[in-house]
Design a protein around this ligand. Structure first.
Ligand code: GDP
Length: 442
């Protein structure tokens, strides 16, 4: 996410830190680099200008330059101002006090509306709601099929009938929600390649028929300033209440995320970070600011862990860490939990200090394919071998290698690393000292 921007900002602040004490001119010079970095990330020109004048005012006006670590003070101000720029706090989806809540997803074609509709339905379902989706993109049959397939995947009904107009379809959706006792209606609407009057008119008619509680504009973060223009145009005609920013997993530069709120006054409510149905998160400006500055986002990582990991399972196996009983069965169980957190590269992005430079270096060493191979090797062991790794002799290694589609060398390496790891963990537990951790086998 925003790799280029993060890298440039990190370099700027590193230069500042290396200087130790800072003069006003040093700060101004640093902020000029920040300005370039933001403009290159396609942040709106006026937004950058206002942002920097606020940062400068605070950085120079305060006692920061007198402090022992002035560069850190500047980073803190930049982080706070970035947070403010993106809206300061989390903006939730508003639920009607009298259900059903009606949520329209609008936007240009390809922005990610259909996918986001299903993602949001899944998120709401997990929160205990009873959503229903309505397919109204009658101009693109593939969109209807796509929503129906996603609906099936997440177990949420999709309302659609051949021959009905979008206006008739939302009415149908509303009636069916009453019959089926559903409390949220998510309307996936048609998009066009460009904003046109017919599209807007149709959306206005639909909302006359079934008024919206939320009208969420879906915009593609990769389109930078265009996303901001689209948001402005939609807001002129429709009662847009918030933005879903999609494709943040791609090489979006940051312009949309950092400008939309300031230019249009629309809050970003949700962000999408992948094609899968669970890749949707509430937008948290403070965490995003930390991520942009390469400070990681440990809170999100912890939340992810809490949601996806099985605590009892971890405790059972973790107890044996550092004892001679720790075996491949424990290892396999822990590996499974690690994989639940998602691709390793994404998990690593959330760690502090993982700027794009470090991340790229590490990605060469740690990859999910390696993890899959380790898992395949352990899966090919018999239960006895997993429990008593000592019996894994030469002929067993050959069998395991064949069974897992790997090589004897890889099996040897894993077994060796397993023993090394067990030894070090035992020493760590015994001495209470931190020692260098051995290289992990994936
Ligand atoms: P619509 O035309 O607005 O309904 O857009 P779709 O929901 O069909 O999405 C267009 C394409 O973008 C599809 O290939 C989606 O899988 C992809 N897409 C949507 N959201 C994301 C996202 O957050 N990340 C990535 N990488 N792809 C996405």
């Amino acid at each position: 996410m925003f790799d280029n921007l993060t890298e440039k900002l990190q370099n700027t602040f590193k230069r500042m830190r290396n200087k130790g004490r800072l003069t006003e001119d040093d700060v101004r010079e640093g902020l000029r680099d920040v300005r370039m970095a933001l403009l290159e990330a396609d942040v709106n020109f006026k937004v950058v200008k206002d942002f920097l004048s606020r940062v400068e005012q605070e950085a120079i006006g305060q006692d920061i330059l007198e402090s022992l670590t002035p560069a850190q003070g500047v980073v803190r101000i930049v982080r706070d101002q970035l947070t403010e720029l993106m809206g300061n706090h989390v903006e939730r989806i508003k639920m009607a006090s009298n259900p059903p809540t009606v949520i329209y997803l609008v936007g240009l074609q390809g922005s990610g509306k259909t996918t986001s509709t299903a993602k949001l339905a899944k998120m709401l379902k997990q929160q205990g709601r009873q959503p229903l989706m309505v397919a109204t993109d009658i101009y693109r049959p593939a969109a209807v099929d796509q929503l129906q397939a996603l609906g099936q995947q997440i177990g949420v009904p999709v309302i659609y009938e051949d021959g009905l107009s979008p206006v008739q379809l939302v009415r149908e959706g509303w009636q069916r929600s009453r019959q089926m006792a559903k409390d949220v209606i998510l309307v996936d609407t048609a998009g066009r390649l460009h904003i046109d009057n017919a599209l807007m008119d149709e959306l206005v008619q639909m909302q006359k028929e079934v008024p919206a509680h939320e009208t969420l504009l879906v915009v593609d973060a990769m389109t930078g300033q265009d996303a901001v223009r689209v948001a402005k145009a939609f807001k002129e005609t429709l009662p847009v209440t918030g933005v879903i920013l999609t494709k943040l997993d791609g090489d979006a530069r940051g312009g949309a995320a950092l400008s939309i709120r300031a230019v249009t006054d629309l809050p970003i409510k949700l962000i999408a970070t992948g094609e899968k149905v669970d890749a949707l998160e509430a937008f948290q400006p403070d965490r995003m600011a930390s991520r942009i500055l390469g400070m990681g986002d440990v809170l999100t990582l912890i939340e992810k862990a809490e949601q996806s990991l099985d605590k009892d399972e971890i405790e059972t196996h973790a107890k044996r860490i550092g004892t001679k009983d720790f075996n491949f069965e424990d290892f396999q169980a822990m590996l499974k939990q690690v994989k639940k957190l998602g691709p390793l590269s994404k998990v690593m992005e959330l760690l502090p200090g993982m700027g794009p430079l470090n991340l790229n270096k590490l990605k060469d060493q740690v990859d999910d394919k390696g993890l899959d191979r380790v898992e395949a090797i352990i899966n090919s062991m018999t239960i006895l071998e997993r429990r008593k790794p000592d019996i894994i002799d030469g002929s067993r290694r050959l069998r395991i290698a064949k069974g897992s589609g790997t090589s004897v060398q890889e099996v040897n390496r894993l077994v060796k690393q397993f023993y090394e790891m067990r030894k070090v963990m035992k020493q760590m537990k015994g001495s209470g000292h931190k020692r260098k951790f051995p290289k992990l086998p994936f």
